[in-house]
Write a protein that binds this ligand. Structure first.
Ligand SMILES: [Zn+2]
Length: 247
């Protein structure tokens, strides 16, 4: 029985002359591998829908270890991504995280929506790569069930005011005083703390609607990346490259 599904191409691995194994993020099947025969040939009917970061409608048949792509229609191409090296670097990084988290339904649909929104805003340059990186890291971890405890200082209950410390391993907050007692150096200013809470807790439609000064954004980026790395089994391979192109 053929299966029809939407899917975002997270990864392509070339096999032989013109075949590929695709890693797809789908709403109903989660992350799957699918063989796309001949899809690297320009004149192949699968060519345009199987490109990296294409969002396409696939018809699949199920094999023993993976799926086979029977047909595919492209629905959305994020053309702007390939116009900047930061865009390609960040898209590759986010796709690698999505594949590593490998969400199952129903989480897969929310992770897919998050990634599509980030790719769109990145492609259209409606948000900076730095802002999208921290939002994606924090929101993807939240959807995966790893939301830090953002309510208040873990020790004294202080909600806001002054600097705070996000413990990347524990996922807890400490206010500046309690951080000093625990011999930690605060890593968030007021703006970064607000954006941290917003990135994890806001409604979907408000997620990308906040402004942060460049210094606060830099603090948040450092903290959110540390938090992500502390909770992923492996450091994403694409991170080294991304670090060299993101200022
Ligand atoms: Zn405190």
């Amino acid at each position: 029985m053929p299966i029809a599904t939407m899917g975002l191409v997270l990864r392509q691995v070339r096999v032989g002359e013109a075949d590929q194994i695709l890693t797809l993020l789908t709403p109903d099947l989660g992350v799957i591998s699918a063989s796309a025969k001949g899809s690297l040939r320009l004149k192949n009917k699968l060519f345009s829908a199987c490109g990296l970061f294409c969002y396409s409608e696939f018809t699949l048949t199920s094999g023993r270890s993976h799926y086979f792509v029977d047909s595919a229609q492209v629905r959305r191409v994020f053309h702007g991504l390939s116009q900047s090296i930061e865009g390609m670097g960040l898209a590759a990084y986010m796709a690698e995280i999505a594949a590593a988290l490998s969400p199952a339904p129903p989480e897969a649909e929310a992770q897919l929506r998050l990634l599509l929104n980030c790719l769109y805003l990145l492609s259209e340059q409606k948000r900076t790569p730095g802002q999208l990186k921290s939002i994606y890291e924090l929101r993807a971890m939240t959807l995966a069930g790893y939301m830090p405890n953002l309510l208040a200082c873990e020790d004294c209950g202080k909600y806001e005011g002054g600097e705070f410390y996000l413990d990347p391993q524990e996922g807890t907050l400490l206010c500046a005083d309690c951080a000093e007692k625990a011999r930690h150096v605060p890593n968030l200013d007021t703006g970064a703390l607000y954006a941290l809470r917003h990135s994890c807790l806001s409604e979907d439609k408000q997620l990308f609607n906040f402004k942060l000064s460049p210094p606060s954004q830099r603090l948040l980026n450092k903290a959110s990346e540390q938090y992500l790395l502390a909770h992923l089994e492996q450091c994403p391979k694409s991170l080294d490259f991304l670090r060299t192109v993101l200022s």
